[in-house]
Design a protein around this ligand. Sequence first.
Ligand code: IPE
Ligand code: IPE
Ligand code: MG
Length: 299
Amino acid sequence: MSWIREGELTIIERFCANIIKAGPMPKHVAFIMDGNRRYAQKCHVERQEGHSQGFDKLAQTLRWCLNLGIREVTVYAFSIENFKRSKEEVDGLMDLARQKFSRLLEEQENLKKHGVCIRVLGDLPLLPLDIQELIAKAVLATRNYNNDVSESLLDKCLYTNNSPDPDLLIRTSGEVRLSDFLLWQTSHSCLVFQSVLWPEYSFWNLCEAILRFQMNYSALQKARDSYMEERRRQQMERDQAYVTKKLQQEGFASHGDSRRRRTLLQKCTATREERIQGFLQALEHKRADFFERLCTVSA
Ligand code: IPE
Ligand code: IPE
Ligand code: MG
């Protein structure tokens, strides 16, 4: 049987899904699946059983997302801090992750037919390496080009660069914090904290979170748009300042010749793009090398 169980929603769920779908829908939803151990305690079952039901809830939630037309889901399944838990619990969680995620990956081909794509990201040593490499390389590559360093470059350097930022982030179990999850990527997302424990998460909880997103939609959109506009404006300001300096070096007055200014501006943008592409490619190779080494070591 498929882990993401094929299956339709009930009539009432379908009815409500259709109403919700008439409003703006989040394209990308992130989940912090929290509360497995409290659930186990509440139901008087083993802790591992709580985690196991948590993974199964993920499968069910993915199905709801699929039915609601949400094509992209990112989940926080394990944090670096979680390695501080007992060896027994960490091993149990790793076993579950291996079992459940490999099953999910096996289903990838089938899921692709629905337009769903799965990427599993993250490993303990990746973060320090990522940040160290990133900073070292960026310092070298951009030391003569301060204008290259921007928020948009930072976006492109992250593992999540292929995805749009989440529109909606949901954390269960009543905890109101992000615990280091997608801190940069959720600065303009709708954050919804729900008290339900993750293994008890229901279709109705998901609908409630989407409704909250819809109620905040125009404010979120406005904030996002004005942030992007501000980014563009700042980049343009920096480029103009760079061109003015160049014109002065060439002996023009600060306004310079307008045609020359335009040419310099175009050149400045094009060469920056080239440098950034080179830098990103180098970073990509580094990551690929690192993954390869990691796989060889763990094989
Ligand atoms: C979330 O549930 C799952 C993982 C962190 C792997 P917890 O294990 O944090 O359960 P609670 O929050 O202690 O109830
Ligand atoms: C958070 O783990 C990460 C996941 C839910 C996967 P915890 O539940 O241990 O959260 P903190 O560390 O207490 O914030
Ligand atoms: Mg927790």
